[in-house]
Design a protein around this ligand. Structure first.
Ligand SMILES: Nc1nc2c(ncn2[C@@H]2O[C@H](COP(=O)(O)OP(=O)(O)OP(=O)(O)O)[C@@H](O)[C@H]2O)c(=O)[nH]1
Length: 440
């Protein structure tokens, strides 16, 4: 559990005391001598920041506004503000220094200087460490990120729906036929479109014809209702083992790195496993990501038996007390070797070594491939039970409707979506926010 996870209790519990404590300090009127010694401008500033933090509403964005005031670029002032923040929260020195060191390292790697380049990432890292992602603060940021990421789909889908509704005085046959065409063009898929329209026809009886807002409201509700919620699996014995499957090029390796990054920010010890021993660059690519994120890595030489890699990695994970194991698998093999059989063998070996694992099998799909993504669900789900789907590259497509099609056709929860190539560009998926972002 990340060090900040105590923060909400700590902050609320001591908030009152801290304010009083600081106010008492403020009241002490130092003599001329102590004045010179005790309150340098830096200490004055620190005291002002501490007081403002203690009095502020416990919301990450507000805390950051206070902490980062007058800060334009990375540098000593920024590090000392973060140190002040962490010590206000009584964070163990080592964890606080690790957080700052990792962030500094990331800024150097990305060659970021100005606050506008890194403020979002800093808030995201703190939100993960704070375990505050589900808070309204992060949710609204996620919504903005989602809306930006879906801009291409939104531009097409919601604009056409708005035009259709505002030009229709009645929800007649012509209206439904046009809506059907819009949904299919957005890659929702034929069956999911029919299902959605049938539900909308029933609901439309509740509203007056041509009422744009009312229709969009029931439309967003019907869309959101299509998305199954992921089940929270309790892991009896750690490490939690996650198998990532999917064809080449969908963004699997990047997604594994993003998942590792999130887990690490939440204070977990993560092992990335290169069980795609078929594609030459796969092992090296994953190793680069593991070093970049700063997590553990295990693989063997190219061409090794993937199941053997999985077995030995599991051995390492158990011996070295990892919390999370992310297993990358091949997107394809020699045609003579059946990929599905290979995946089943990896699952058997993992389960033998660590009963109950893999705890989750995640299929990674590329949203830009539209209906082709649906056929990949079909291909994989026939032989490997899929627990979750992660849809990548939603930022790159105008066909975000495929999300609806997948959820509606296969009833497999979509847990994360990829909204870009950077570490923070993997966000939890929430059907309601997606529907709102699409139709807002
Ligand atoms: N815009 C965008 N690009 C992404 C996203 N996820 C991955 N990519 C890019 O997609 C390309 C392929 O990503 P990889 O992670 O290498 O894909 P892969 O599935 O591992 O492919 P193989 O390594 O061939 O198996 C890379 O250039 C990634 O940066 C995303 O959410 N948005």
């Amino acid at each position: 559990m990340g060090f900040f996870s105590k923060i909400k209790k700590l902050w609320k519990k001591d908030k009152q005391d801290q304010t009083q404590k600081i106010q008492i300090e403020e009241k002490k009127v130092p003599t001329q001598e102590t004045q010179e010694i005790s309150s340098t401008p830096k200490e004055d500033l620190e005291q002002k920041i501490s007081l403002a933090l203690a009095q502020a509403e416990p919301r990450l964005s507000i805390w950051l506004d206070i902490l980062l005031q007058d800060i334009e670029t990375k540098g000593d002032e920024l590090w000392s503000r973060l140190e002040l923040f962490f010590n206000k929260l009584e964070v163990p020195q080592k964890e606080a220094s690790d957080f700052i060191a990792k962030f500094k390292d990331w800024l150097d790697k990305m060659e970021y200087e100005h606050i506008s380049e890194f403020r979002s990432e800093l808030q995201y890292r703190l939100a993960l460490a704070l375990d505050l992602e589900d808070e309204e603060d992060e949710r609204s940021r996620l919504f903005i990120k989602l809306s930006e990421g879906l801009s291409k789909t939104k531009a097409q889908l919601s604009k056409q729906i708005n035009n259709l509704i505002s030009s229709s005085s009645h929800f007649d046959t012509n209206f439904w036929e046009q809506l059907e065409e819009i949904l299919i063009m957005a890659d929702v898929g034929f069956n999911p479109t029919l299902k959605l329209i049938d539900n909308l026809k029933l609901r439309a009886k509740e509203i007056s014809p041509g009422d744009q807002e009312a229709f969009k409201k029931i439309f967003a509700q019907e869309l959101a209702s299509l998305f199954p919620k992921p089940s929270k699996k309790l892991i009896a014995l750690k490490p939690e083992v996650v198998l990532l499957i999917g064809v080449n090029g969908v963004g699997k390796t990047t997604t594994i790195a993003k998942l590792a990054y999130r887990a690490q920010m939440q204070g977990k010890k993560v092992l990335m496993v290169g069980a795609d021993t078929f594609r030459a660059a796969a092992i090296e690519q994953l190793k680069i990501w593991a070093d970049r994120v700063g997590v553990g890595f295990y693989s063997k030489e190219h061409g090794s038996d993937p199941a053997a890699v999985a077995y030995e990695a599991m051995d390492k994970a158990l011996k070295e007390n990892f919390d999370l194991v992310l297993v990358d698998t091949a997107g394809r093999l020699h045609t003579k070797v059946n990929l599905m059989e290979e995946l089943s063998k990896i699952k058997r070996v993992l389960n033998k070594k660590h009963p109950g694992s893999p705890h989750r099998t995640i299929l990674v799909l590329d949203a830009t491939t539209g209906q082709n993504a649906l056929s990949q669900v079909d291909l994989f789900s026939k032989s490997v039970p899929i627990d979750e789907i992660i849809l990548t590259k939603l930022d790159g497509t105008a066909k975000g409707g495929v999300v609806v099609g997948i959820a509606s056709e296969y009833n497999i929860p979509i847990t994360f979506i990829g909204l870009g190539e950077k570490m923070e560009d993997l966000r939890p998926f929430d059907g309601k926010s997606f529907a709102k972002a699409l139709l807002d």
